[in-house]
Design a protein around this ligand. Structure first.
Ligand code: NDP
Ligand code: 2IT
Length: 437
């Protein structure tokens, strides 16, 4: 870790993610010296390459703006680089490197042939018109297109990048390269997208919670759940929880948290989806228009629950929050977001022995279904909703089985160990096969 800290000064998110992996993988490597001799972990921690570029675009009044664009190609040992694009003012090299690094292990866990990458920009889509977002996306893709390709690197969505942005990005790629290929995932179903991809991360996170509970002979029916965020992942987490008979007590965003005292209803969820996806508004306004209990600048973690689904952003759940959740009886945490728990919070959950599904396992359903979109693009066929959902459920079961295989300690499953070691082994073995490079 100390050499990693020296080489990556100030990259706190990247170092946090790397430390979690190192804590779990190094004991395993100590029993398997071939990985240590070939310095596999050090190699995985150093991106294959990092692109960093200027994105210039014009607003609706003709004003010129300059943003930074990035793509990190972390590791392609088991398949083309694969991972989302994030557009948010908080984006920097450290955030994208943590995400690209996590993606390598996550993608390995999916069982599909995908390497790891991530990219994005410090562009803020909030408050921008559709035309401004389009011009930004076109400018961003004009540079990115030289680095990606259906067999090279396949980006997708993440925070601030949804169906609208993928449309603008794919359109520009197609125009510049004169190719209609599966170079991006999260496309619309009429132009190469997969059914269930929008739902997949949220559904997958709930399927993962279900698997953890099943392993103990329980299910989600009747469970009280808190969900953070109200974007893509949170919306479909809530939807699937309702289908499975659970009660959803909260949703949140940057403005604060709504407490649905009697449980979120399907009608309320549809209205939230309209407000977030079409109006692109804040929950504070939704709550006041609908007479709902709203807590400004608060997160859901003080609401007593059985299960928590942190599904917004990294480090949104700290040690005090973990303590509060445990004191209130929470015993299942399924991370829909990437690294939403701080290192201290994750350690506290681990020590408490609760069912804690780390993001690289619990939210792998999104990228897994991106992998299924790539398969369909290669076949030039589209599978039905039922077919894709069945495959997604099968993949989440496999991710869980891998965690059980590598994470069982004294009869109980440590999902942090299982996900990190299970994700590492496949990538490491491929790298050993390729020799020193
Ligand atoms: P969206 O942009 O659709 O939604 C993000 C949600 O998180 C919004 O409700 C947003 O609030 C909230 N949020 C973002 N930043 C903050 C912050 N600093 N403080 C409080 N709330 C915040 O993104 P997604 O739903 O796609 O992504 C959510 C998480 O899931 C991310 O961590 C992402 O990396 C992860 N993920 C996403 C996958 C996918 O397929 N999309 C796959 C796997 C993981 P507001 O509405 O106010 O902006
Ligand atoms: O963090 C993630 O796994 C994603 N944002 C989805 C990536 C993808 O390629 O679908």
């Amino acid at each position: 870790m100390s050499s990693l800290e020296q080489r990556n000064p100030g990259q706190s998110e990247f170092l946090q993610a790397a430390k979690e992996v190192a804590e779990k993988v190094i004991p395993y490597i100590n029993d398997h010296p071939e990985y240590e001799e070939a310095r596999i972990l050090e190699r995985i921690a150093e991106p294959d390459r990092v692109f960093h570029f200027r994105v210039t675009w014009e607003d609706d009044k003709g004003g010129v703006h300059v943003n930074r664009g990035y793509r990190i190609q972390q590791n392609n040992a088991i398949g083309p680089y694969k991972g989302g694009l994030r557009f948010d003012p908080s984006v920097n090299l450290s955030v994208l490197k943590f995400l690209a690094f996590e993606q390598v292990f996550k993608n390995s866990l999916t069982t599909l042939p995908m390497g790891g990458g991530k990219g994005g920009s410090d562009f803020d889509p909030k408050g921008k018109s559709d035309s401004e977002v389009m011009r930004f996306c076109q400018s961003f893709m004009t540079e990115l297109q030289r680095h990606i390709g259906a067999d090279t690197d396949v980006p997708a969505g993440d925070i601030g990048v949804g169906g609208r942005e993928i449309g603008f990005l794919f359109g520009q790629y197609k125009r510049l390269r004169n190719e209609f290929t599966g170079v991006l995932t999260g496309k619309g179903v009429g132009w190469g997208g997969s059914l269930i991809r929008p739902e997949a991360t949220g559904y997958g996170s709930v399927y993962f919670a279900q698997e953890m509970l099943r392993h103990r002979g329980e299910d989600l029916d009747g469970k009280k759940c808190v969900v953070s965020g109200s974007g893509n992942v949170s919306q479909y987490t809530a939807e699937k929880l309702l289908t499975l008979g659970a009660t959803v007590l909260t949703l949140s965003d940057r403005s604060g948290m709504i407490h649905f005292k009697d449980g979120l209803t399907e009608e309320q969820l549809a209205a939230v989806m309209h407000h977030k996806n079409k109006v692109r508004g804040a929950l504070v306004d939704f709550a006041s228009a609908n007479g709902l209990e709203f807590h400004a600048d608060k997160k859901p973690w003080s609401v007593p629950c059985d299960c928590a689904f942190p599904s917004a952003v990294q480090n949104e759940l700290d040690d005090d929050d973990a303590k509060t959740l445990l004191e209130n009886g929470c015993y299942v945490v399924s991370e829909g977001a990437n690294m939403p728990s701080t290192a201290e919070a994750a350690h506290r959950f681990e020590q408490a022995g609760i069912l804690f599904g780390p993001g690289k396992a619990a939210n792998a359903g999104g990228v897994a279904t991106s992998g299924l979109e790539m398969s369909q693009n290669s076949l030039r066929l589209s599978w039905s909703r039922e077919e894709v959902d069945k495959r997604l459920q099968g993949i989440m079961r496999s991710v869980h089985e891998t965690c059980v295989e590598y994470g069982t300690e004294n009869g109980t499953v440590n999902y942090i160990t299982g996900a990190n070691v299970g994700g590492f082994v496949k990538v490491a073995n491929a790298m050993l096969a390729y020799g020193v490079m």
